[in-house]
Design a binder for this molecule. Structure first.
Ligand code: AP5
Ligand code: MG
Length: 214
């Protein structure tokens, strides 16, 4: 059982790495961004509300996010195996609320400088059906068709320069203080997110295993 929160700038590789950690620790990967994109695609009331915020690069209200995450963490797979939370919490009120209804063993900060994430985001492509992450340098094996589900692999609606700048500003303003909040509680582990995805995974597993053992 592991209860881990993964932080990092937009494009740092949270989604890429959380999917790999989920396999290794057999815990569900819970990405609030993926959940919202699914809600948008399905046209649910939450999705209709979320789309405008996301396309503008703005955070959704804490109350909406808390409702979504609380419901997800109440499910049986979380009870049995824990969670790898990706994209939540990203404000101090979200962090405070999370720790009222869940335990967090470790919070990881995947550190990648701003100039590198901007390049990674512009090269990112995702499957519009299952959310699988690709990039111009690691595309699916044929014609931008998802290897996993045969969905269409496209650019994310919020991966446009204007929205990217706003998302990075929100990170500096409200998410960095959230990281500091975890650090003050002795829960934060910072891991270098540069290098190949495999190198980063190895570094993450070493750091998290050492923390859980110690
Ligand atoms: P979300 O989907 O969480 O987006 P984000 O935080 O902007 O993070 P990204 O998904 O952009 O980056 P990532 O770190 O996952 O990088 P990835 O692995 O894809 O949130 C979207 C929106 O939803 C928010 O803006 C907000 O509106 C709303 N929202 C969500 N949660 C919320 C909350 N809690 N409160 C309020 N609103 C919320 O990697 C990026 C690219 O780099 C990929 O192409 C990948 O292939 C490539 N890559 C990965 N690792 C490497 C490597 N080591 N070397 C080279 N390339 C790499
Ligand atoms: Mg992501």
């Amino acid at each position: 059982m592991i209860r881990l929160v993964i932080f990092g700038r937009q494009g740092a590789g949270k989604g890429t790495q959380a999917a790999r950690l989920a396999e290794r620790y057999r815990a569900p990967h819970i990405s609030t961004g993926d959940m919202l994109r699914e809600a948008v695609a399905a046209g649910t009331p939450t999705g209709l509300q979320a789309k405008a915020y996301m396309d503008a690069g703005q955070l959704l209200p804490d109350s909406v996010m808390l409702g979504i995450v609380k419901a997800r963490l109440a499910q049986a797979d979380v009870e049995a195996n824990g969670f790898l939370l990706d994209g939540f919490p990203r404000t101090v009120p979200q962090a405070e609320a999370l720790l009222e209804f869940a335990t967090v063993d470790v919070a990881v900060n995947l550190e990648v400088p701003e100039e590198v994430v901007v390049e990674r985001i512009s090269a990112r492509r995702v499957c519009e059906a299952c959310g699988q992450i690709y990039s111009l340098s690691s595309p699916p094996s044929r014609d931008w068709i998802c290897d996993r589900c045969a969905g269409r692999v496209v650019q994310r609606d919020d991966d446009k320069p204007e929205a990217i700048a706003k998302r990075l500003a929100a990170y500096r303003e409200v998410t960095v203080p959230t990281l500091e909040w975890f650090d003050a509680r002795g829960l934060l582990l910072t891991v270098d997110g540069l290098g190949t995805p495999d190198e980063v995974t190895a570094r993450l597993l070493d750091a998290v295993d050492a923390r859980l053992a110690g």
